[in-house]
Design a binder for this molecule. Structure first.
Ligand code: GDP
Length: 528
């Protein structure tokens, strides 16, 4: 058995993070680049699923392959220096799902990946808002510096103005975007020049230059860098660990993931500054120390990840203690013992069994059908972690079984999808049991629901999109007053019993509210 100090030491060397970005910013590329720099310990589930790209592609649904995207989130674990790094994948396709957001409940830090030519893009902003709401420290990596892009100072300005995060560059580029020679470490003043390796197949070749050498070699470009560095020094944009930990400032790095430029520097910032797993507050707000007995929570459930196995996998973030294979733990929701005999991590299509895990790690439990999203498992003193937040839905559709004789299976399937958090299920007396309303943050969640009902439950369904775009939390009194009003409807969210009022637009909601003063229409929290 590991001693208590052993657990604390293991927790201290964990770094658990996710990359938040807009599609095409380079998330898959940087994932591969990070893995190149480090020693991969294991890939759990699908890491990245670009069609035709080498790597581990999840095959649990043909839809994924057709679209060349990865719907499933999974974990890549690797060793760097004396650290164990867990990179949790946030699917970054053109669409959103709650799954993506939920991954952010299981990380201690996020890397915000920006395209140097595009700056902050819509999906990055949405994901950033979840980080902000959860006070997750964010490191910024400005990617694609090998191509023409924007001015570095303009990019910093955009970060500061639009998301009110104070940028504190750790490195600074030498050479404008498109003519990228390397980066300067702002603290030491030393330059690292990058040289490409063929196809970026191995870590970039780095050459360390002192300022005199850099000036001789890069002339104008170096002088421009020096001027910009002086400007930065004047504004005092230096790394401040307390501000970073409080998620009010962000270390910034420049690089080109495709050529592996700046990726080692990113790992070094993660190693040096990103927080290790800390005590996690339970539902009452009392933190459970990392060296307390084992406890963790389910942040993702994935059925049928592997067609050959036909099973359900629950992904659990370890928050405290040491998890050992086969240990019997308690399911906090029911108080019942839960055997983890079959605890496994997924390695692509093949599975390997893990023996132990520590705070910050993710374990996958197979056939854990008794587990739901947000459930806590623990050993020793009881603990229940807060339920996972429900995210604000923006898309709504009625779902019906095409053939009423399949209704029983339809109902079971819808319950299952609700339990897994694939979609939110809303009901009302008016619509009845046969026609639940599905709510999602991205319409692809509907496609996943329909495909899974077909494949796993043998039910063909029809989906009818509803024109609503805005949801607000309301109460029974306001529900009564909204009855019969056009362009609005009140339904109950099955998961938590919340009454949601749906409107076709923000404008329509306001005009309805104006003509009926005193309606309760509360904004849903962005992330709990
Ligand atoms: P994702 O959608 O965020 O996972 O983006 P990908 O990793 O698939 O990258 C999108 C495209 O950008 C691909 O064609 C990559 O080769 C390219 N890309 C990624 N990083 C860089 C980079 O640093 N420089 C350049 N020039 N292209 C890059």
């Amino acid at each position: 058995m590991a001693t208590t100090t052993g657990v604390a030491a293991e927790a201290a060397r964990r770094r658990t993070f996710a990359v938040i970005s807009h599609p095409d910013a380079g998330k898959s590329t940087i994932t591969e680049a990070l893995a190149l720099h480090a020693q991969v310990i294991g890939e759990a589930g699908a890491v990245h699923g670009k069609a035709g790209r080498k790597g581990v592609v999840s095959d649990w649904m043909a839809m994924e392959q057709q679209r060349g995207i990865s719907i499933t989130s999974a974990v890549l674990q690797f060793a760097y220096r004396d650290l164990v790094v867990n990179l949790l994948d946030t699917p970054g396709h053109a669409d959103f799902s709650e799954d993506t957001y939920r991954v952010l409940t299981a990380v201690d830090c996020a890397v915000m990946l920006l395209d140097a030519a595009k700056g902050l893009e819509p999906q990055t902003l949405k994901l950033f808002e979840v980080c902000r709401a959860r006070r997750i420290p964010v490191i910024t990596f400005i990617n694609k510096w090998d191509r023409p892009g924007r001015e570095p100072l303009a990019l910093l300005d955009e970060i500061e103005q639009r998301i009110k995060l104070r940028p504190t560059p750790v490195t600074w580029p030498v050479g404008v975007a498109g003519e990228f020679h390397g980066v300067v470490d702002r603290r030491t003043g030393q330059m690292t020049a990058f040289r490409r390796t063929p196809g970026g197949a191995t870590a970039a070749i780095e050459e360390h230059l002192d300022p005199e050498q850099a000036a001789r070699r890069y002339g104008q470009d170096w002088h421009r860098t020096i001027e910009e560095l002086e400007l930065l020094a004047l504004t005092g944009a230096d790394h401040d660990q307390a501000a970073f930990a409080a998620a009010t400032s962000t270390p910034v790095l420049f690089g080109a993931a495709v050529a592996n430029f700046g990726v080692r520097q990113l790992l070094d910032v993660l190693a040096t500054h990103a927080p290790a797993p800390g005590p996690r507050p339970d539902v009452t707000g009392t933190p459970r120390p990392v060296d307390a007995p084992f406890a963790g929570f389910v942040f993702k459930i994935q059925a049928n990840m592997n067609k050959a196995h036909r099973d359900q996998l629950a992904f659990i973030r370890v928050c405290s203690g040491r998890f050992t294979r086969g240990m019997s733990v308690t399911h906090a929701g029911t108080g019942r013992p839960f055997a983890t005999k079959y605890a496994q991590q997924m390695f692509g299509a093949n599975r390997e069994t893990i023996d132990e895990a520590y705070p910050g790690d993710v374990i996958g439990l197979v056939n854990a059908t008794a587990l739901g999203i947000g459930d806590t498992l623990h050993d020793g003193p009881a603990v229940t972690f807060p339920p996972l937040p429900s995210f604000v839905p923006e898309h709504f559709a009625v779902l019906r079984a095409a053939d009423s004789s399949t209704f029983k299976r339809f109902r079971r399937g819808v319950e299952q999808l609700d339990a897994e958090g694939v979609v939110q299920v809303l009901r009302s007396d008016r619509r009845g049991e046969q026609a639940p309303v599905l709510a999602a943050v991205g319409p692809m969640q509907f496609e996943v629901a329909v495909a899974r009902l077909d494949v796993e439950f043998g039910v063909t369904t029809r989906l009818e999109h509803l024109p609503y775009q805005v949801a607000r939390r309301t109460d029974a009194d306001s529900e009564e007053r909204l009855r019969g009003v056009g362009d609005a409807e009140v339904l109950t969210r099955v998961r938590d019993g919340a009454l949601l009022a749906l409107f076709t637009s923000g404008w329509r909601m306001r005009s309805i509210g104006d003509s009926r003063p005193g309606l309760t229409l509360d904004e849903l929290p962005a992330a709990g």
